[in-house]
Design a protein around this ligand. Sequence first.
Ligand code: ADP
Ligand code: NI
Length: 220
Amino acid sequence: MLEEQKNLVDRVREEVKQRFSGEGSGHDWWHIHRVCQTARAIGQEEKADLFVIELGALLHDIADHKFHGGDDTVGPRAAEKLLRELGLNNEDVIRKVVAIVKEISFKGAGVPTPMSSLEGEIVQDADRLDAIGAIGIARAFAYGGFREREIHNPEVELEVHSSFESYKKGKAPTINHFYEKLLLLKDRMNTGEGKRLAEERHVYMEMYLDQFYKEWEGAK
Ligand code: ADP
Ligand code: NI
C-alpha cells in the first residue's frame, strides 16, 4: 500500500473504532479488527488489492441491516459518505468498497450471496470465519442475548430460510442459528485459504453441539 493509502486506512480505522467500541451484540470493534487481520492474511495469499480489502473489512458492518430495521441500503451509503468525507476520490476503489458492504451479508440458507470482486470474496470469507468456531459460538450467544432469544428450545422447529425476508424475520432460539447459518458456512467459503481455515472451526462447533446436547439431557 502507498503511504497515502495507509494514512486513509488509519483514519477510517480510528473512526470505526470509535463508533464500535463497547458494542455488546458481537458486532463490536474487535470483531471488525479480527476480520481485518484475517482478510489481510488471505489477501496476501491471493495477491489481492490490500487497500480495498482493508477499507472493505473496516466498513463492512458500518450500518448492518440487523440494526437498521432490515434496511440494507444504509450501510453502503454510510460507507461511501465516510470515504468521501475523509478525502478519498478514487472512484474505482469507492465502487469496490461500497459493493463489499452491500453484498457481504448472509441472507438465508437458500439464498446465494455472490461477491463482485476477489477482494469482496476475501472480506466475506474473513467475516464468515469470525461467525464460526469458538469465537463464532460466543458471538452467536451474545447476539441471541442482545435480542432476548432463548438459548435452546427443542420445541421450536428448525427452519432453513429460502428468502432474505423470512431469514430477517426469524426469532428462533440461538441453537437454531447453527443450523440456519453457522454450520453451512464452511461450504460457502470463496477462497482456498478460507475453506482451509473454516475446516477446523467447523469441527469445533460440531464437538460443541455434541457436548451441548449431552448436557441438555442432564446427568444420568
Ligand atoms: P452477516 O453480515 O453475514 O450477518 P455479521 O458480521 O453481521 O455477518 O455477523 C453475523 C453474526 O451475528 C452471526 O455470525 C451471529 O454470531 C450473529 N447473529 C446474527 N443473527 C443471529 C441469530 N438469529 N441468532 C444468533 N446469532 C445471530
Ligand atoms: Ni461482520
